[in-house]
Design a protein around this ligand. Structure first.
Ligand SMILES: [Ca+2]
Ligand SMILES: [Ca+2]
Length: 644
């Protein structure tokens, strides 16, 4: 036994020697992190997919280490990119919504800023998702020398956008008008820029982060892309009953495959192969795209094992395994053992710690990750493990504890209330089909307590430009910048502008709560824009009535009532019912009796409340109930009517 221990220790020391020799020498290793948007666990050739061809990625799997239990940090684009970049889990991260409205905070450390301190050249090519233009979250403020591609994920839906963005400035793509057609396919210049970055920085250590957008929809790829060659003899490609989008999807994955090949070939050409760690992965779990009767889990079966038929439940957007399982390969010739498979359970927040470890860099203290470097280097025995792991997205929560997975699935379609917690034993039920919550309530209670302790209220960054002009422009660029206002809100109602205290003269003094994670701030209730909404807080906890605002009218004014405009998007959630208005000349003291009481209705038009003529400087709006008796309060706009 003792001899065996010594043998193990000897092996570890040898690995440590190879490893520190590599990282401490003249040339710390380069990092290439290729993350394909939406590419799912079973959509690769080596995973047995019967349709999609990925010869270069399959070869990479043979040349490196494949992980069977790599998990997304969140089940959708923007939050998981934040988890990855900052090493923070979803209960701790600054980006938790997928709407582009919650950027990284100023000064938050990322993998790029960490490596930059170590002298790395840092480039990003693809979809950022951690903050739009003119926000605290732009990549060039978080360690990237250059970031080229899309900052916002709605913009990223179009491969024929009129422009891409390089360090917050627009780069025109010739012949494009947005949407699905044009002359310049955006992935080509993005990929070319990544290769050029590697070439230009071959003499110094570099981080090349490639969060590429294919095969995320819209499902477009040029008809003359070389990827089609791989399918020219495939009968299903000529089947008219199969949609063109389905066929495009396969070709897009094969284009990604070619790009992976291009990167590996370039590294070989430049003599950097042995000093470059290449990661290839997906971002969130797969979606059941291109569903039909024959293919109830999607044409390509992203979450169905093609060999055994065993399924991962759910998919993108939820916290079942289908929403979290991602492909994950690592290739580092001579250091990471070739043709190996590991079942280590880890998630995207672990990557920062791993890269810190592999490059002998110190990661910030404010992260949640555990390095998986010991596993990569063959020292599995010294791999530290998470006792538990945590996820949240919207009103869903999940915890992993060894073989156990607990899920509170939020409000799945057709349900109104949050569903009860479920508990699965993944060692015998990877499909999460039978909850054992009742028979293992002790385990579940422990996991729920961990969930409670893991959630911090979200603290997102901000936009320097409150009107978000350039960020909105980028989102509209999905459909082209030449079109008129493409606000998704149709036929919005407004508060009549005559005879009210001008919105720009009013100031918000205080408020009871607001929903920052969804960008529904209290100040939006008095900005005069029907498209912006104030909503009361509902995460981490639901704030109950009354919901209050105190407004400064700028000067003492003679008024005789108010307008209330309910939210103008499709929802009614939070629409004011019973409401009271108080007036005063002292912002800190309002009379006990309201100036006027009213009951608003479920109505999109601005609703007028009349009162007697009165003079005041400050108004307290107190919303006491909602039209459907929920706990929420929301307002598109509130105005104060001037007495004539
Ligand atoms: Ca995604
Ligand atoms: Ca508004």
């Amino acid at each position: 036994m003792i001899f065996l221990k010594w043998l193990q220790l000897g092996a570890l020391l040898f690995i440590a020697w190879v490893y520190t020799g590599t990282v401490r020498g003249e040339n710390p290793p380069n990092i290439v992190y290729i993350m394909s948007d939406e590419l799912a666990y079973f959509e690769l050739g080596h995973m047995g997919n019967p349709y999609i061809k990925t010869p270069r990625i399959d070869q990479m799997a043979r040349e490196g280490m494949r992980f069977t239990n790599a998990l997304a940090g969140s089940p959708v684009c923007a939050p998981l990119r934040c988890n990855l970049m900052t090493g923070k889990h979803s209960g701790h991260a600054s980006v938790r919504a997928n709407d582009g409205g919650t950027p990284l905070r100023e000064g938050e450390e990322t993998i790029a800023s960490m490596l930059k301190q170590k002298g790395y050249a840092t480039g990003g090519f693809g979809k950022w998702g951690c903050g739009g233009r003119d926000s605290t979250g732009v990549p060039e403020k978080h360690g990237f020398d250059v970031f080229f591609g899309y900052y916002d994920q709605v913009h990223a839906h179009s491969f024929y956008t009129p422009y891409l963005i390089r360090n917050s400035e627009e780069v025109v793509l010739e012949g494009n008008v947005g949407g699905r057609t044009g002359k310049t396919y955006s992935e080509y210049p993005i990929h070319a820029a990544a290769l050029q970055f590697i070439r230009e920085n071959k003499e110094r250590p570099f981080l090349c982060y490639m969060p590429i957008t294919p095969p995320h929809g819209m499902y477009d790829i040029p008809a003359d892309d070389p990827a089609w060659e791989l399918y020219k003899n495939e009968a299903w490609m000529r089947d008219p009953t199969i949609s063109q989008d389905t066929k495009n999807y396969a070709a897009m994955v094969s284009m990604v495959d070619r790009e992976v090949g291009n990167v590996l070939d370039l590294l070989r050409e430049l003599g950097l192969e042995e000093n470059t760690i290449v990661f290839f992965t997906g971002d969130n779990g797969g979606q059941d795209r291109f569903k039909s009767k024959e293919h109830p889990r999607g044409f390509f079966g992203p979450n169905v094992n093609p060999e055994t038929g065993v399924e991962f439940r759910g998919g993108k957007g939820n916290l079942y395994e289908g929403g979290l399982k991602i492909p994950f390969l690592v290739r580092w010739p001579g250091v990471v053992a070739a043709n190996t498979v590991r079942d280590l359970v880890f998630y995207q927040p672990d990557i920062m710690a791993t890269i810190a470890d592999l490059t002998n860099t110190k990661a910030t203290e404010d992260t949640d990750g555990i390095s998986i470097a010991p596993t990569l280097l063959g020292a599995d025995g010294s791999q530290k493990l998470h006792e538990m792991m945590y996820w949240e997205y919207g009103n869903q929560t999940a915890v992993r504890y060894g073989k156990w997975k607990a899920i509170q699935p939020g409000k799945p379609k057709g349900t109104k209330q949050n569903q009860p917690w479920e508990l699965y034993d993944l060692s015998s039920d990877v499909s999460e089909s039978t909850s054992v919550a009742e028979s293992h309530s002790d385990v579940l209670e422990k996991m729920k307590a961990f969930a409670d302790a893991s959630h911090d209220p979200v603290e997102a960054g901000t936009y320097y430009d409150k009107s978000r002009e350039r960020h909105e422009r980028d989102r509209k660029a999905k459909w082209g910048t030449l079109r008129e206002d493409q606000s998704p809100l149709k036929n919005v109602q407004r508060i009549p502008k005559n005879n009210i205290v001008p919105f720009e003269k009013m100031k918000l003094i205080r408020f009871s709560s607001e929903n920052r994670a969804n960008d529904r701030l209290a100040e939006y209730a008095i900005d005069g824009k029907p498209s912006t909404v104030w909503h009361s807080q509902f995460s981490k906890e639901k704030k109950k009535h009354p919901h209050e605002l105190v407004i400064d009218l700028g000067q003492t004014r003679t008024i005789n009532g108010f307008y209330y405009l309910a939210r103008q998007d499709k929802g009614w959630n939070g629409t004011f019912g019973k409401t009271e208005f108080y007036v005063s000349d002292n912002a800190d003291h309002f009379p006990e009796e309201p100036y006027v009481r009213c009951m608003f209705k479920k109505e999109k038009q601005a609703q007028r409340v009349k009162g007697d003529k009165i003079s005041c400087r400050y108004v307290l709006v107190r919303n006491i109930s909602e039209v459907a008796d929920n706990d929420f309060g929301s307002a598109a706009d509130i105005a104060v009517v001037l007495a004539r």
